[in-house]
Design a binder for this molecule. Sequence first.
Ligand code: GLN
Length: 191
Amino acid sequence: MKVGVLALQGGFSEHVNHIKKLNHKAMEVRKKEDLDSIDGLIIPGGESTTMGKLLRETKMLEPLRNKIIEGMPTWGTCAGMILLAKEIGGKDNNYIGAIDIKVRRNAYGSQKDSFSVKKQIEFIGDAPQELVFIRAPYIDSHGDDVEELLRVDGNLVAAKQKNIFVTSFHPELTDGLDFHRYFLSIIERAS
Ligand code: GLN
């Protein structure tokens, strides 16, 4: 299995390392041709406006959207979740717009800009997980087909719709591999 990690900007190398630690191939995706040889894609955290601009400049936005709509398993963390959302609060346009959620950027404001919590998460397993939030978004509302996976303090921070998985937080910045293992299982089931 080969997992692509969008490598235009942001924290892609940590995702690459986590996938490699789980003994799967990881490939940095920088151009549209790269999309042809991967079985799934991780869109990392970073700055959604910058990544969105680069996706347009590299002419990757359309082919990427098509691949995701055709069913390629895709996981967006933080800015990646914003790029995948159909609606972005306060903005007229979206980017990839493939998952039926409305996100609020920088939802935690400046005071709690970055924080981490430990939580046991049913869909991941028994071990408590460290959840790292960095200028994180959360999901304000979503369509009926979207599965709610996790709320923290009442806010929806992980969700899934068909082949698309999104998290507000950054499992790649912790030592834990369980979220990456979960995403690999989504790819396995799809192929
Ligand atoms: N606040 C960033 C954005 O709006 C996301 C932050 C992150 O990915 N850690 O794109």
